[in-house]
Design a binder for this molecule. Structure first.
Ligand SMILES: Cc1cc2nc3c(=O)[nH]c(=O)nc-3n(C[C@H](O)[C@H](O)[C@H](O)COP(=O)(O)O)c2cc1C
Length: 405
């Protein structure tokens, strides 16, 4: 049994997100059948299924060039905006690279998306690993930790422009003078501005997220592994004197609410554990080996290139890399009961949100809502009661009984 971490929030229901398949080839680098499309019509239907199945967020991927076989890609911010326009409640998190965008242009874009969607726009700031994407565009490829220096400045500019008038910031990468963006983002209770997610695993990533991110997003990890990441982010947030969640009155860095934690997991929910394990085995047996090996070579630019050699993909096996965000490591594989139990073990160590991937997105997102989510809620309610708190479901989207599949 897992101990309850001091950062676990037992009264807050877990949140669920799914990866938007806006790049071709699905989420596993394998020739196994994947009934997952990457086109807009497929994704529009998927987004509607997701918001009717208890999912609160969708996350797009930003990619400009083929890698591990994902040879066609739709651009993340425009795709996210279209999904926002096609849904009613889903929050869509758009992935963006600081090295590709000016933060003022992005801040303005997201404000417009926020108005179109009545306050549902969010961003995931990713510092990048695919060197060729930058170099072949003629953009500078910064050394690993320096990418995070730029990312931190980028996030400070975003937050500044979203919350202040006549905002100025001077730094190594960006210089903003007396800028006021009008309109401001939509005023949504409980949210100071469009939420800022941040994806990264290395020591530099954890430190940066601890100082400036609203949400720290990680690749898949086992329980012990993710505890380490949480500890790294919490230590950095503590040094930056970040406060308790809900402390939104002032947004100077010393009053930012503490970051929350999101973890990637590839879900294989089947009627029996054996069936789920057999599916995993088939995914790995049918892996596209040259693509996985090519991917392994490209990701050496991530955590493996740092001084301490820690970070994303630094300790990934061949099997792990078949799901290119280490989604098997989280082990959301088995019956709905087993998966729900595993999810709640992660809640105990401090996970607030699960980012999920599937083989057959439309069918399996709907099935997650009907088969797994109700068990998660039951287990969460029991866990809360055991510790004398109530699970507060008042703000949580419930799965609708009739899912339009
Ligand atoms: C949840 C999540 C989503 C990510 N999405 C993207 C993406 O869409 N595009 C991209 O180039 N990198 C993406 N990344 C990778 C980051 O850019 C970064 O290269 C990676 O996290 C390596 O970080 P590290 O070197 O600090 O370990 C994502 C990372 C995470 C954890």
């Amino acid at each position: 049994m897992t101990d309850i971490s001091s950062v676990a929030r037992l009264s807050e229901p877990l949140k669920f997100a799914y990866w938007v398949p806006n790049v071709s080839g699905g989420l596993v680098v394998s020739t196994i059948e994947q009934r997952t499309g990457w086109d807009f019509e497929y994704n529009k239907k998927l987004a509607r299924i997701a918001e009717n199945s208890g999912f609160e967020y969708a996350l797009t991927q930003t990619r400009y060039a083929a890698s591990y076989g994902a040879d066609k890609q739709h651009e993340a911010t425009s795709f996210s905006l279209a999904l926002l326009a096609a849904t009613e409640r889903l929050k869509v998190i758009s992935a963006v690279h600081p090295g590709m965008w000016h933060p003022g242009v992005l801040a303005k874009y997201i404000i417009t998306a926020d108005h179109i969607s009545n306050g549902r726009a969010a961003v995931n700031i990713v510092s990048g690993w695919l060197k060729a994407e930058f170099e072949n565009f003629g953009l500078e490829w910064l050394e690993h930790d320096e990418r995070y220096v730029r990312t931190e400045e980028f996030i400070r500019v975003l937050r500044g422009l979203w919350t202040e008038q006549e905002y100025s910031q001077s730094g190594k990468y960006y210089n903003i003078t007396d800028f006021t963006l009008q309109p401001a983002p939509v005023d949504v209770p409980g949210r100071a501005h469009p939420e800022i997610f941040f994806g990264g695993n290395s020591t530099a990533a954890q430190a940066t997220a601890g100082r400036v991110a609203d949400w720290y997003f990680s690749n898949g990890k086992d329980l012990e592994g993710f505890k380490e990441n949480i500890a790294g982010v919490v230590a950095s947030a503590g040094e930056a004197h970040r406060g308790t969640p809900g402390a939104l009155a002032s947004l100077s860095s010393s009053h930012l609410p503490s970051p929350r934690f999101g973890l990637n997991g590839f879900v294989i929910a089947r009627d029996s554990e054996k069936e789920a394990r057999d599916t995993l085995r088939e995914i790995v047996e049918k892996a596209h080996k040259p693509a996985v090996d090519g991917f392994r070579a490209a990701v050496q630019e991530a955590g493996a290139s740092t001084k301490d050699g820690k970070g994303m993909w630094a300790d990934s096996s061949f099997e792990d890399l078949v799901q290119y965000n280490d989604g098997f490591k989280t082990q959301l594989i088995g019956t709905p009961e087993q998966i729900a139990e595993r999810i709640v073990e992660y809640k105990k160590i401090g996970v607030n949100l699960f980012l999920t991937g599937y083989l057959h997105f439309q069918e399996e997102v709907a099935a997650f809502g009907t088969d797994v989510l109700p068990i998660v809620r039951e287990l969460e309610a029991g866990l809360a009661r055991k510790h004398d708190v109530e699970l507060d479901l008042s703000q949580t989207p419930a799965a609708k009984v009739e899912v339009a599949a």
